[in-house]
Structure formats: structure tokens, C-alpha cells
Write a protein that binds this ligand. Structure first.
Ligand code: 26Q
Length: 764
């Protein structure tokens, strides 16, 4: 039966209605059923080994469009809806967005599942079914507030499997129920699964805010996703969550291994586990425990686990490396403690250097260094961009690189161009079909053929008109969703959307806004209107990040109410930035802000999405920006600021208390910088906001400035002004757009996954 007929039939059976009579919500549920049926009919891919991608986060976003595309029925469904006066995008508005991740790491896991299935590789995700996901952000009086973010409805993408495992906590066993989400692969005809574990009796929704009684375990094990920076109190529950995930996941692996006809002694030959940062690292001792319980000797169990597990590092921020008190693990899962001690003893016997020990600190107060356990007992360690892997080898993990050079490898991140180009920017995708042929959709490297049109004025014009249309669309949605505020589609759209973190330096972007504001007040107008768009959630306990949001929102109000400045400068901040917002904003962007302090952003993946959609990067030579710069060449990117070697040297001096280190005061005193920073105390601004918050930010900038915004701010302003000026030569700018899209094929996660498979997983 063809798809259209089946859709009509579903509408009839469910509602007794014609498609044209259905509400958007009814159509959404009918399409949910249709895609679920088609995914269920697909076989799972087979191979010598099967991959389990363990991650505490899968930031999948809405799934309807993506799944229609993967199933090859997007156009057909879209037409069927249009024919009866409906629109797919209105239907998609009915779908709640699951926010099962914080940001980059979680979104990467979702892109990876999409690519694994598209390449026809056997690989499933393993994670947790958070009921509320990351908090929903609201702004009141220019401050962020957090609300619960429920996403599970009676009918959803979750498929009950009936599979259950018991997770043995110290306080008693808890049943882990397995729910699956189908992951159909584009072009491959197969489907994988995202396995999400849940408790049997989840807690009732919280009455107020996102606080809850953290002592009420186990009902809360899967209530919330932890923000990437959280308070002490929350940390113990996070260990409970992690153990819940890895114990159930490890049991699932052994069950499926047995179903394929293999015993536990053959684990490493038939299974690969990718550990997505250290959040799932307890899978190592848990598997050792389960294998020994099934009769393997300790030696054999350790050998199998070491053939199975591979670790990805996503950060070089020391404060983000997980070190759990052994006492926490004792409290949560005491059965792991002797195993961790044994793993530590073996590592110490082979490598006495205390810097590489798993257990560190004096007896009774020992910390378990999760990354160290992964590196000793995993067979692969990878960073997520070339620069990041180099820094791991030469500084952060140098002592491990000395011991295990062959384990280290780089896998530069990628993004699925199906969601981040085909679905979110259909007009550009259609132009690419015309120019390079539709094969780019299977083989993104072919996007480079777009270079043939470098001097084709019709194509350059078309690129500009598509960008304009996307800007108008984003403005309309913005006006609809954000209290009727309009964006000016004629202005340069300069966008920074990502989690709020000092190292990402939204505060430096705000200093540029102040710089422009002061120039305009002094009568010096920019060559054209500039719209600066922010989107960012701050972890609830991250005080400085909240101050930065406050600054941005106060600047927005100040500029909005100033008739002299308003025509030239506009600041917008989307509330509750999420995957859906990203899909609207990225295609509308002219200048992509990627301005982290060099050496601090492991890779970045937003940078890749913007590039593919024809935005020009304004960035530091950090993370994957370095590779973007190499691919597009200096005329098609704006780079600025201190390099990573210099920054690493400054940080070393600062940590050792050596001179000169980094002294923000030296930069603050510069005549071009001081007025920008001091504007935080300007009466007009302070009148709109919270004096204490702005003062705290000001004091931090001039005395600490931990991520060196003042070091780079002058170079940043110069580079940004140059980009805004260059934007005026429309043909030259269109060429930059073209080169960026043409060179973005490298950043397809299909390429990344092919490399993981070739070098690490060897699935088939
Ligand atoms: C840890 C302990 C307790 C509570 C929370 C956490 C926690 C949660 C999430 C720590 C870190 C994260 C997320 C990290 C993350 O998103 N890293 C990003 O990973 C991307 C994909 O590789 C990179 O592109 C980014 O550069 C990196 O910042």
C-alpha cells in the first residue's frame, strides 16, 4: 500500500475523518503512527560486531521531519498534506521537543545515531529516559528562570519493549524498564534503536520549579537531566543515574550477545562500546562484575572489557573532568568498589606514576578519576577535533599518551546534513541538487563541486535570495514566538547560539554591542544595521553565566528604547534556545560567532551547521574552527585573537602564580577597552537592571576575567567590523557563502562515523 493511502486510512480508523478535516494535532499523531509502522518494518543491520553508544545525553530534538526524510517519504507526505490544505510545518509545531541533552555532546550523540543508521551499521544508543529533560528557560525582568520541561505524551516516539533488568543498588534492587526509539537510516533501508531506560514508577510532576526532594529515590532516577554544571547536592543523584544507566545497559548487551549465540568470553569479538565522555564510565567495572559473575576469571573479564570499550573525551576544562568520591560509589553500588580497587591496583602495578592512577587521594577520601579508568581499560581514546586531540596528547593527557601512544586518535566531529541542511534549509538543498546533483545527499564530499559556480552570477544571486528568505522566515517566527518583537531582515544577522559559558565568551560579544552602542551615540553609524541574536541557557547554579544573560537582556532593553540607536543596532535573545530554534536561526545567519578562548572549546558543532548553511565564521583558532579555516581559506573566514599555544602558556603561568600570567587590569586600562567595561556601571543601564549583578560582572572582568575576554576584545572588534563592512559587497559575500557551503561536506557526521568504524569499531 502506498504511503498516501495508508495515511488516509490511519486518519479514518483513528478519527473517522478525511485528512482535510483533521486538526494539526490529529495529523501529527497519524503521522507518528505511520512513521512508527514503517520504521518497525525495517530490519536491523547485521555485522561482525555490534556497537552500543553509551551516553547520558541524546539531544534528539523533534523527530517527525527527520524520520520522514530517513524513510524516504518526506516529499510524498508533504505533498499529501498540501493537497488537502495542510502544512507539514504546522503539523510539526504540534510535536513536543525532547530536551534530553545539555548541548554539544548530546546533540553529537543524536547526529551519530542518524549517521550510523544511514551507513547501515549495526549500532544502538543506550541512555536514560529523562521525563523533564533540560529545564525550560523563561525570562522575567531580564533574568533567567527555570521551569520543568515535560515532553512525554500518551503517544510518543517511545516504544515499550517489555524488557526489564534489575539494577542492584545498595538500598535494594530497582527495576529498569527499557523503552526504545526507532532510528531509521536514510538510504540504507535498515533501522537501529535508541534504548532509553526508565524506572517502573516515575515520580509525579514537580509542583513548582525544577527543585524536588532529592532524597526520594528511586522514583526520581529518571526525572531530570543534570545541567552541565551543578551543585554538590545534586551530584550524588547523578551517580545513581549513571549506575542505573550502565548496569541496565551492560545487562542488555550480555542478553543480546547470548541471543546472537555467543558467550560472555567472546564479548570483545562481537561488541564495541563507545563511552561518550566519562558519564557512562562505570560501565567498565560493572561489566567486569557481570562477567566474573558469569564465570570468567578476573584476568579474562578485564581482558574482554579492554577489547570492548573505547572512550571519547569532549573537554579539556579541568573542572569538567569527573572525579567521584569513592564514598559516593560505596553508597550507591558498593559491589563496584572492590572491582575499582582491583582495576586501580593493576594500573598502579604496571604504571606507578601517581599522575595516571585511578584512585587518588588519601585513604578514606579517595577520588575515582573516571577518565583514567577509561584510558587504562579502553582500547581507544579519541578527541573530537584535530587541535583538541593534539592538546590532549601534549598537555592534558600527556602522561597517558607516553604510556599508550597507539590508543590515541582524533575523530573530528560532524553533524548530520540531513537535519542541518536538507530539513532545515530546503531551498538551499534544492539549489545544491541543481548545481552539484542530488548525490551530495548520500556523499557530502560532492558539495565541493559547488566551487564550479564561484563566478556564476545567477547562482550567487540565488544564494543571496535564499538567505534573505530564511531571514524573513526567522523574523516572522521570532515575532510570533517572542512577544511580537520584530527583527529587521535587511540587517546583518550576527548570531551566537550555544550554552552560556564564560569560556564561550558571550560577554565579549556583549562588549562589542556596547562598543557599537557608544559609537552610534557619538554619531558614528555602522555601514548598515546590525542585528545581534543570542540564544543560551545558563546552568541554574552558574551565577556568572546568569549575570551575563542579565547583561544581554538589559542591553536589549536599553537599545530598544533608544530611538537614536534602534535603527542601527538591535539585540535579540531567544527564550528557551533549543534544537527547534537552531533549525530556524542557523539558515538565517550571516555571521556565525565562534569566539571561545583558544584551547577551551574541544570542537564545537554549531560552527559546522552555520558553515553548511552559508554563514561566514567569525572565530578564534579553537576547536574545529581551525579545520574550518584550513578548508575555506583566509578570505572566507574571519579569525582573530590569541592562539592556543599562547593561551596555554598564560594559563600555566597563572596556575603556577608566575609573572606575567594574565592580568586583565593591563587590558582594562587600554583606552579602547575601559569605556566598554565601565559601561556596566552606566546609570542608564543600571537603571534597567540589577546593580549588584552588573557590578559583580564588572569586578570579575577587571580582576579575574578567567577566560580572557579583555585579552582578545580589541582584535575581536576589529575583525567583526571588517566582516560587517565586507558584507556590503554582495557578490564578494555571496562567494564567501558559496565556499563555506562547498567545503562543509567534510563536517558531515557520515564522514566522522565512517572513520569511527574504520579505526575503532570495525563493525563490518
Ligand atoms: C558533569 C558532571 C555533573 C553534571 C554535569 C556534567 C556534564 C554534563 C554535560 C558535563 C559536561 C557536559 C557536556 C559537555 C559538552 O557538551 N561538551 C561539548 O561536546 C561537543 C561535542 O564533542 C564539543 O563540540 C564541544 O566543544 C564540547 O564543549
Amino acid at each position: 500500500m502506498d504511503v498516501k493511502t495508508r495515511l488516509h486510512e490511519i486518519a479514518h480508523v483513528r478519527y473517522g475523518l478525511e485528512l482535510s478535516q483533521c486538526s494539526d494535532s490529529q495529523l501529527y499523531h497519524a503521522l507518528l503512527q505511520l512513521t512508527q509502522e514503517l520504521s518497525a518494518a525495517r530490519p536491523a543491520p547485521e555485522g561482525a560486531r555490534k556497537l552500543y553508544y553509551f551516553s547520558a545525553e541524546f539531544l534528539i530534538g523533534k523527530l517527525l521531519s527527520n524520520n520522514l526524510l530517513a524513510l524516504g517519504i518526506f516529499d510524498e507526505v508533504s505533498q499529501a498534506l498540501t493537497q488537502c490544505g495542510k502544512s507539514l510545518s504546522a503539523v510539526e509545531d504540534m510535536e513536543p521537543e525532547p530536551s534530553l541533552g545539555n548541548g554539544g555532546l548530546g546533540r553529537l550523540a543524536a547526529c551519530f545515531l542518524d549517521s550510523i543508521a544511514a551507513l547501515g551499521l549495526p549500532g544502538d544508543g543506550v541512555g536514560l529516559n529523562y521525563h523533564y529533560g533540560l529545564f525550560k528557560q523563561e525570562f522575567h525582568l531580564s533574568h533567567q528562570f527555570e521551569q520543568p520541561n515535560p515532553w512525554i505524551e500518551d503517544e510518543s516516539w517511545l516504544i515499550p519493549t517489555g524488557v526489564e533488568f534489575e539494577v542492584p543498588f545498595a538500598f535494594g534492587p530497582v527495576k529498569a524498564k527499557l523503552l526504545d526509539i526507532a532510528v531509521p537510516g536514510a538510504h540504507s533501508g535498515v533501522a537501529n534503536r535508541l534504548h532509553l531506560f526508565d524506572v517502573e514508577n516515575p515520580a509525579a510532576p514537580p509542583a513548582d520549579g525544577i527543585d524536588f526532594d532529592k532524597s526520594d529515590l528511586p522514583a526520581h532516577l529518571t526525572s531530570f537531566l543534570y545541567p552541565d554544571d551543578s551543585d554538590e547536592e545534586g551530584r550524588l543523584l547523578r551517580v545513581y543515574q549513571q549506575y542505573f544507566m550502565v548496569s541496565a545497559g551492560a545487562q542488555l548487551i550480555l542478553k543480546e550477545l547470548a541471543e546472537r549465540g555467543y558467550g560472555p568470553e567472546a564479548l570483545g569479538d562481537h561488541v564495541a562500546i563507545q563511552i561518550n565522555d566519562t558519564h557512562p564510565s562505570m560501565v567498565i567495572p560493572e561489566l567486569v562484575r557481570l562477567l566474573t559473575a558469569r564465570g570468567l576469571s578476573m584476568d579474562a573479564a578485564v581482558a574482554q572489557v579492554s577489547k570492548t570499550c573505547a572512550y571519547t573525551n569532549h573537554t579539556i576544562l579541568a573542572e569538567a573532568l569527573e572525579k567521584w568520591p569513592l564514598a559516593f560509589i560505596e553508597k550507591v553500588a558498593p559491589q563496584l568498589v572492590p572491582i575499582i580497587r582491583e582495576l586501580d591496583a593493576r594500573a598502579k602495578a604496571a604504571h606507578p606514576d601517581p599522575k595516571v592512577a585511578i584512585l587518588q587521594g588519601e585513604a578514606g577520601k579517595e577520588l575515582v578519576h573516571m577518565a583514567h579508568m577509561d584510558i587504562h581499560y579502553g582500547y581507544s581514546v579519541n578527541g573530537v577535533a584535530a587541535l583538541h586531540t593534539d592538546i590532549l596528547k601534549s598537555s592534558e593527557l600527556r602522561h597517558f599518551y607516553d604510556i599508550y601512544p597507539a590508543k590515541f586518535n582524533n575523530k573530528t566531529n560532524g553533524v548530520t546534513l540531513r537535519r542541518w541542511l536538507e530539513v532545515c534549509n530546503p531551498q538551499l538543498a534544492a539549489l545544491l541538487d541543481e548545481c552539484v546533483g542530488p548525490e551530495w545527499r548520500r556523499d557530502p564530499a560532492r558539495l565541493s563541486k559547488l566551487m564550479d559556480y564561484y563566478n556564476d552570477s545567477a547562482v550567487l544571486e540565488k544564494l543571496l535570495s535564499i538567505k534573505s528568505a530564511n531571514k524573513r522566515f526567522a523574523s516572522d517566527v521570532f515575532a510570533r514566538d517572542q512577544y511580537g518583537i520584530r527583527l529587521d531582515p535587511e540587517a546583518v544577522f550576527d548570531i551566537q547560539v550555544k550554552r552560556l559559558h564564560e569560556y564561550k565568551r558571550q560577554q565579549m560579544n556583549a562588549l562589542y554591542v556596547i562598543h557599537k552602542y557608544l559609537e552610534i551615540k557619538a554619531g558614528q553609524l555602522p555601514p548598515r544595521p546590525i542585528t545581534v541574536i543570542f540564544g543560551a541557557k545558563a546552568a541554574p547554579a552558574y551565577v556568572m553565566a546568569k549575570h551575563i544573560i542579565h547583561l544581554i537582556l538589559c542591553l536589549r532593553r536599553l537599545i530598544e528604547s533608544d530611538p537614536q540607536v534602534r535603527p542601527w543596532l538591535h539585540v535579540a535573545m531567544v527564550e528557551n534556545y533549543n534544537v527547534t530554534w537552531a533549525e530556524r536561526l542557523i539558515p538565517a545567519c550571516d555571521i556565525s560567532e565562534q569566539i571561545s578562548l583558544a584551547s577551551k572549546e574541544a570542537s564545537g558543532t554549531g560552527n559546522m551547521k552555520f558553515m553548511a548553511n552559508g554563514a561566514v565564521t567569525l572565530g578564534t583558532l579553537d576547536g574545529a574552527n581551525v579545520e574550518i579555516a584550513e578548508l575555506v581559506g583566509p578570505d572566507n573566514i574571519y579569525t582573530f585573537g590569541a592562539g592556543s599555544n599562547y593561551v596555554i602558556e598564560l594559563v600555566k603561568q597563572r596556575d603556577a602564580g608566575l609573572k606575567p600570567g594574565y592580568q586583565p587590569d593591563v587590558y582594562y586600562q587600554r583606552p579602547a577597552v575601559k569605556p566598554l567595561v565601565d559601561f556596566l556601571g552606566d546609570p542608564a543601564l543600571v537603571a534597567l537592571g540589577d546593580r549588584e549583578a552588573l557590578k559583580a560582572l564588572w569586578t570579575d572582568l577587571i580582576t579575574k576575567d578567567w577566560f580572557m575576554a579583555l585579552l582578545d576584545v580589541e582584535a575581536y572588534i576589529a575583525a567583526r567590523d571588517r566582516a560587517v563592512a565586507d558584507y556590503g559587497d554582495r557578490t564578494a559575500w555571496a562567494r564567501k557563502m558559496l565556499v563555506n557551503t562547498a567545503r562543509s561536506g567534510y563536517f558531515s557526521s557520515d564522514r566522522t562515523i565512517a572513520e569511527y568504524n574504520r579505526d575503532i569499531w570495525r563493525l563490518k
